[in-house]
Design a protein around this ligand. Structure first.
Ligand SMILES: [Zn+2]
Length: 129
């Protein structure tokens, strides 16, 4: 397998992770096995191919599971909800902050991606649709 293209790939830290206009996450998709990754990768984590393309993922998904954290983080007061979201259109499974739902919210349920202002932490979150 030719991994040479991975050497020429943009460094992970300098690749876009969000698209503010689309209110969506930006990652990569493998051209060989179609596996999506967020953040973008230089080499596919499933098949090892370096044939990856940048993709703006769907701005919606399905909240699969969630939990409430009671330990504050820098810039994030407790309690807050964290969850796993399966992005639509065969997107990646992403972990993130969930806002606007009660602690006992039923899953699965549809959510939408909300991209934060430039430099804000976290850079994205998910809201109830
Ligand atoms: Zn692959």
């Amino acid at each position: 397998m030719d991994l040479t293209p991975a050497l020429d790939a943009e460094l992970t830290g300098s690749r876009p992770r969000v698209d503010r206009e689309a209110q969506a996450l930006v990652g990569s998709r493998c051209s060989v096995c179609n596996t999506p990754s967020w953040p973008a990768r230089a080499v596919c984590n499933r098949c090892g191919s370096a044939a990856l393309r940048t993709e703006v993922f769907a701005g919606s998904g399905v909240l699969i599971t969630h939990t409430t954290a009671h330990v504050p983080l820098a810039g994030l007061a407790a309690p807050y909800m964290l969850g796993q979201v399966q992005l639509d259109a065969n997107g990646p499974l992403v972990f993130g902050l969930i806002e606007g739902l009660p602690p006992d919210a039923d899953v699965p349920r549809s959510v939408r991606t909300v991209v934060s202002a430039e430099g804000a932490v976290p850079p994205y979150r998910f809201h109830d649709r």
